[in-house]
Design a protein around this ligand. Sequence first.
Ligand code: DX5
Ligand code: ZN
Length: 218
Amino acid sequence: DRSVKIAPSILSADFANFGAEIRAIEAQGADWVHVDVMDGHFVPNLTFGPPAVKAFRPHVKTFMDVHLMIAPVDTYIEAYAEAGADLISAHVEAGPHIHRTLQAIRAQGVKAGVVLNPGTPAEAIAEVLDLVDLVLVMTVNPGFGGQKFIRSGVEKTRKIRQMIGDRDVHIQIDGGVTPETAPLVVAAGADVLVAGSAVFKGGSVDKPEIYGANIRAI
Ligand code: DX5
Ligand code: ZN
């Protein structure tokens, strides 16, 4: 279903070759580029600081979606906006004031996303739906690529699509998205799918057509 956007997560790319990896996935049909920022505290893994994201920026011709898995988060919003994020998403679980966090993201002039971990109910975002461009439903516990899809995210997605009503808000799914799980979340109302291992599996910058085939298979 091509009205559904695919956002490959560069967490599964070759870490010695980000520029070429980003150009390859875009040439092969990626709609967005998903950047997973981890702080070794909110999640048990460490990835990209603002200078790394700034270095990715000139290679991204589509849309750079920056998923912040950091706590506290407010301190870093400006730096990631200045690094060139088109959209910044923050977890409801990352701090006590998600409403303030989302206002701070919007104040930077970038799009705002709110993220729910698998253990957090849909109701946790009921009061911030007017502040967001995107709701990200995690279908794995954040921290690593290549984990198994958690099914309760499908019903949660259906619920959130109803809560969104006629607002212009994307539902993004992140974690364990494959050709098998993607149709479940799309039927429930998701329209942006993050995929790491399912896109990069078997391919490389020298075999980019595999990325293309993987993207089309989702
Ligand atoms: C998990 C990250 C995801 C992850 C997805 O913390 O937010 O974006 O890289 O990887 P796959 O698609 O392999 O589950
Ligand atoms: Zn992510």
